[in-house]
Design a protein around this ligand. Structure first.
Ligand code: XIL
Length: 388
């Protein structure tokens, strides 16, 4: 659909909405959906102050957040402005991972992570820590330096130093990230990654116990992906993650929350699987965060921005409507907020060379239809009694 026909729809639906309001009828989600088809119309709608994501989220017991590219934050005033305007919780997209934090085995590079902490403090935002233990983005020296003999010391030292430095200032730490990988073939479903090979499955409890010692305030979180949709793989992964979480609780491992990354795709189907999974986590006493949401549109076959934005927005709406019905969810973070800096940017759809549009703001910081779908999904949430 071209811009002009999009405009026609917007004028038509604006008229329809006006007539409905005049007649005293609520403007329902269908009308809002039609209106959202028009990128031009989005520009005119208020999105700051009481109309911001964080304001709408707060009315429904939620924090609204995003991952932050610390270099962009330092370089682009527009980036910083939208970030401060829309969000009340941030997480470093990369700056707190082992790789960026550990240039050598004996040194730490805290400059970027500290810059994010300072920005968050200045703007009274909360911070999630990501992450203390992961198989990926390890420093280049890791493989040749860390051995079965010294791995325990490296893990404990790292967590003690990093979580200790930010003690009391981190809302929640992703202590262990992505420890489950069913296709690795272990009976317990755990990933056969570097930490597993070095320390065995005990590395998980060790990481959580060390994190608790280093920062008793942070909510200690197990974070993973691939548990969201209704596929067979996701069903298996949910079972393996729940088994891990139950085992940790049975062993009295300090565990407060489950992070569901929520990297989803257009057209995905989300239903009883994720709902029951979240209810089981709640039964274990865990809070739930949606930690890294974005919508990958690489499976779309057309090359049309308005249609793409609509498909992405409807996927946000569908997923968030399903997941936000769960009262244990207390925060929704997207993995970045502007398409200018999405980690999916390298992905091109089919032959079209059309960059992805997975986030609530486009590359020029204009709200996309996804922004309004996210905000609507917050609004349609029944506020849980245990609201934050
Ligand atoms: C991604 C970052 O966005 C990229 O910039 C980086 O190159 C690779 O990692 N799951 C996670 C995140 O837990 O840390 C990943 O972030 C995305 C998938």
């Amino acid at each position: 659909m071209g811009i002009s026909s999009a405009n026609k729809i917007s004028r038509r639906s604006a008229l329809a909405n006006g007539a409905m309001i005049a007649a005293g009828l609520a403007v329902g989600p269908l009308a809002a959906r039609a209106q959202n088809l028009a990128p031009q119309a989005n520009k005119a709608r208020k999105i700051t102050g009481r109309d911001s994501l964080k304001s709408h989220a707060a009315h429904h017991g939620l924090l609204a957040g995003t991952a932050v590219n610390v270099r962009a934050l330092g370089a682009q005033p527009e980036y910083a402005r939208v970030l401060a305007e829309q969000y009340d919780i941030v997480v470093a997209e990369n700056a707190m991972k082992w790789g960026p934090l550990r240039p050598t085995p004996d040194t730490f590079f805290f400059t970027d992570a500290d810059a994010l902490m300072a920005f968050a403090a200045e703007h009274k935002m909360k911070v999630r820590g990501h992450n203390l233990c992961w198989h990926s983005q390890l420093p280049t020296w890791f493989a040749s330096t860390v051995t079965k003999e010294n791995a325990h010391r490296f893990l404990v030292d790292h967590i003690t130093t990093v979580a200790g430095r930010y003690r009391g200032r981190i809302e929640a730490w992703d202590v262990v990230n992505e420890a489950v990988q069913v296709s690795d073939g272990r009976p317990d479903g755990l990933r056969n990654g570097p930490w597993m090979k070095l320390l065995g499955p005990e590395y998980i409890d060790l990481a959580f116990r060390t994190a608790r010692q280093a920062d008793s305030h942070a909510l200690l979180t197990y974070n993973d992906y691939g548990v969201e949709n209704s596929s067979e793989d996701a069903t298996k992964k949910r079972a393996a993650v729940l088994a891990l979480l139950r085992g940790m609780k049975a062993r009295n491992t300090p565990l407060d929350a489950l992070g569901i990354q929520s990297h989803i795709h257009t057209g995905g189907s989300f239903g009883a699987g994720i709902r029951d999974f979240m209810a089981s986590a709640r039964d274990l006493g865990l809070k739930i965060f949606l930690t890294e949401m974005d919508v990958n549109d690489s499976n779309l076959t057309y090359n049309d921005i308005a249609r793409t934005d609509h498909a992405v927005a409807e996927t946000y709406r569908d997923y968030l409507t399903t997941t936000l019905a769960e009262p244990a969810v207390t925060a929704v973070l997207t993995w970045g907020f502007t398409d200018r800096y999405t980690w999916l940017a390298g992905g091109f759809r089919g032959q079209s060379k059309h960059p992805q549009r997975p986030l609530p703001f486009d590359a020029n910081y204009q709200p996309t239809e996804a922004f309004f779908a996210i905000r609507d999904a917050f609004d349609h949430r029944k506020t849980p009694r245990t609201a934050v």
